[in-house]
Write a protein that binds this ligand. Structure first.
Ligand SMILES: C[S@@+](CC[C@H](N)C(=O)[O-])C[C@H]1O[C@@H](n2cnc3c(N)ncnc32)[C@H](O)[C@@H]1O
Length: 245
């Protein structure tokens, strides 16, 4: 059983770390103009500023995350703490650090701080206007096909029982249910980043999932993107629905 963060009631191993719109554009190879008349879900959105920044550009975007409680100060504390945790963790693997997006870890930290600040500034309004919604995979509070595009970054495949013995609940069944749930609430396309692939070998759960999804009416694409923190970590999964009915 994963150890819980007492304030969030979430596994403390899953970092509450968020990214900005420019990072999202590269991670998901996104052209916002294509989705300007559609609805977009970011799940989990964490303390990312994508939702707010995209909304400021006129897009209809909703973010959900289990950490979206009413206790803003806890969220701010956790966000700051997890930026430090992420940078500390990343500094152990400097030899693998790619400068494709960030010039340095300090640069990466500055992006995360920007994201957190913008997220926090918009949080109360976002909760009131219901574009920040507290929700967890694999059960989302949205009806079928509510969103044209569903984005899921830096959660699935990264946190699993394979990589951390404290994350037993994030086993293959969890991953499969989570992806099926993202597909259920989506009308057109789900994008998941990153898809771990080590020395040409896809993550075991990605392979299992692709086999299990074969019976679904989907076009499946694995696309290298321009966003990369560690060398080789730049694969994005696109699940495109063939039939929009
Ligand atoms: C690293 S953040 C990713 C945020 C954002 N997508 C990004 O790329 O910047 C991971 C998020 O997963 C959330 N999380 C933890 N358990 C979850 C669950 N069961 N379902 C959905 N999200 C979960 C955490 O609260 C955290 O905010």
């Amino acid at each position: 059983m994963a150890e819980k963060n007492t304030n969030f009631n979430l596994p403390k191993e899953v970092l509450f770390y968020g990214r900005t719109l420019p990072e999202y554009l590269k991670m998901f190879d996104l052209d916002l103009s294509i989705w300007k008349d559609g609805k977009v879900l970011d799940c989990p959105a964490g303390p990312a500023s994508f939702v707010e920044e995209a909304r400021q550009r006129g897009l209809d975007v909703v973010g959900c995350d289990p950490a979206y409680t009413d206790e803003l100060q806890l969220i701010i504390n956790k966000g700051n703490l997890d930026i430090d945790e992420t940078i500390k963790f990343s500094s152990q693997y400097l030899q693998l650090f790619s400068q494709k997006f960030y010039v340095s870890l300090e640069d990466m930290r500055q992006y995360a701080k920007l994201a957190l600040r913008s997220f926090v500034d918009s949080y109360i309004m976002g909760k009131q206007q219901k574009y920040y919604i507290q929700a967890s995979l694999p059960n989302l509070p949205f009806s079928n096909q509510s969103f044209d595009l569903v984005l899921s970054g830096n959660f699935l495949f990264i946190y699993s029982d394979l990589s951390n013995k404290n994350l037993q609940s994030f086993d293959y069944q969890f991953h499969k249910k989570a992806v099926l749930e993202l597909l259920r609430v989506c009308k057109k396309e789900v994008r998941i980043f990153p898809v771990p692939c080590i020395q040409g070998e896809l993550h075991k759960y990605v392979k299992n999932l692709l086999a299990d999804l074969e019976t679904q009416e989907l076009v499946v694409e694995l696309t290298p993107v321009e966003y990369e923190v560690f060398k080789g970590g730049n694969l994005m999964l696109r699940l495109i629905k063939r039939i929009n009915c």
